[in-house]
Write a protein of this length. Structure first.
Length: 386
């Protein structure tokens, strides 16, 4: 009885979703904080990188043919990367349509449809009550809907091609970020960009960073660019007379920061914000060695799908992520991903924390490379603990 409105609504969902990305699974988790000029923008969920998706897809072939939850997720990633790579074809677009329709409730408001006016809302001449099963009227209505959906599909695919999402490699890689959207212009024009190679710092008796982390609930999110851990309230640092509240932390592989040219296996960025909205990011370098218990807890709670999140039941002590020695570098930089906003206080811990090869390999399966290249220091002052 409600076939027609349901189909129309499904088409509406499709039109709304597809322009967001080729990888329709990268639905945005709710932003933790103000999306403008905020740390969540540094890790804002976007489309998966085509290159990374291809590597993940290639790696999937090495997996045993067993029906684990991880494999179910990998198959979804595969399907999406296939659709991503061939989205000019109607077949691939239809595949994406199936995935979107399967995952999204058909309850998106019709007002959200901008490019597919013919598909929604249902017209007066197509009243559900007139659709008697098997009648010619019903057949004609279904055929008309099919035709409309094909048109919609092509239109949406073309739209998606016009707005590529940023990535870590390929045509939407770091060299092209500034060209993707006007609000990303700072990625190319900025004079205080991050990350940098930390060297020739002024060795000073820097006041220790006041870490005030307490056992907290955490929520693990796969943003499509990294694994991010959203942290409950009550964790803060005090530095240079200002207090910054921890918002989230996330990971890069390999490390974005370098120290005297040396790159580390991975890093963790702990993103803090003060009452005025200013950002302070603590970078913890991760180096191959013993297993890291807190990271293991995060990995154990990886969400099965990009864009979804998973709450960790037990409280987690975030001090476990910090090195014992608390010397650090300090400099002014930017977010390391679009929109590359500047005026970020960077605090890079000098001593790395160990992470096991197995733990690195797990992240590598999801994000083999998600590090921005180092940027010009351009005469910036770098302070360093003695
Ligand atoms: Zn980061």
């Amino acid at each position: 009885m409600f076939l027609l409105p349901r189909l129309a609504a499904a088409a509406a969902v499709f039109v709304v979703q597809l322009p967001l990305s080729g990888a329709a699974l990268s639905a945005s988790p709710p932003p933790l904080i103000d999306p403008q000029n905020s740390p969540s923008r540094e890790t804002a969920p976007r489309a998966g990188t085509p290159g990374a998706a291809a590597i993940v897809a290639a790696k999937t072939k090495e997996l045993p043919a067993k029906d684990s939850p991880e494999q179910m997720r990998q198959r979804l990633v595969d399907a999406l990367s296939a659709a991503d790579g061939k989205s000019t074809g109607a077949g691939a677009a239809a595949k994406t349509l199936q995935i979107v329709n399967r995952r999204e409730p058909a309850s998106q408001p019709a007002t959200a449809v901008r490019t597919a006016a013919p598909a929604a809302p249902p017209r007066a001449g197509a009243e559900p009550m007139a659709l008697v099963p098997g009648s010619t009227a019903r057949l004609a209505a279904v055929q008309r809907l099919d035709a409309e959906r094909r048109e919609t599909t092509h239109g949406a695919a073309a739209h998606a091609h016009g707005a590529p999402k940023w990535a870590y490699d390929g045509p939407s890689g770091p060299h092209a970020w500034a060209d993707l959207k006007p609000e990303y212009a700072t990625c190319a024009s900025g004079q205080r960009q991050s990350p940098i190679d930390l060297r020739d710092g002024l060795k000073l008796q820097l006041e220790p960073i006041g870490f005030n982390y307490a056992p907290s609930s955490i929520r693990v999110v796969d943003t499509g660019h990294t694994i991010q851990v959203n942290v409950g309230a009550g964790n803060w640092i005090e530095v240079m007379g200002r207090r910054f509240e921890l918002q989230q932390f996330h990971f890069h592989k390999p490390s974005e920061e370098r120290i005297d040219g040396r790159r580390f296996d991975m890093d963790a960025h702990l993103v803090h914000r003060d009452a005025d909205g200013r950002l302070a990011i603590v970078a913890v370098l991760l180096s191959r060695g013993a297993a890291q218990p807190l990271i293991q807890t995060v990995w154990n709670n990886l969400p099965l799908e990009k864009g979804s999140d998973q709450l960790v039941g037990a409280a987690v002590d975030l001090n476990a992520l910090l090195p014992t020695a608390r010397g650090y570098f300090a400099y002014m930089g930017s977010l390391t991903e679009p929109p590359c906003t500047e005026d970020v206080l960077w605090l890079v811990m000098k001593s790395p924390v160990e992470i096991s090869p197995q733990q690195i390999a797990i992240f590598d399966r999801l994000y083999p490379m998600n590090a921005r290249p180092v940027q010009a220091t351009a005469g910036r002052m770098i302070k360093e603990s003695e």
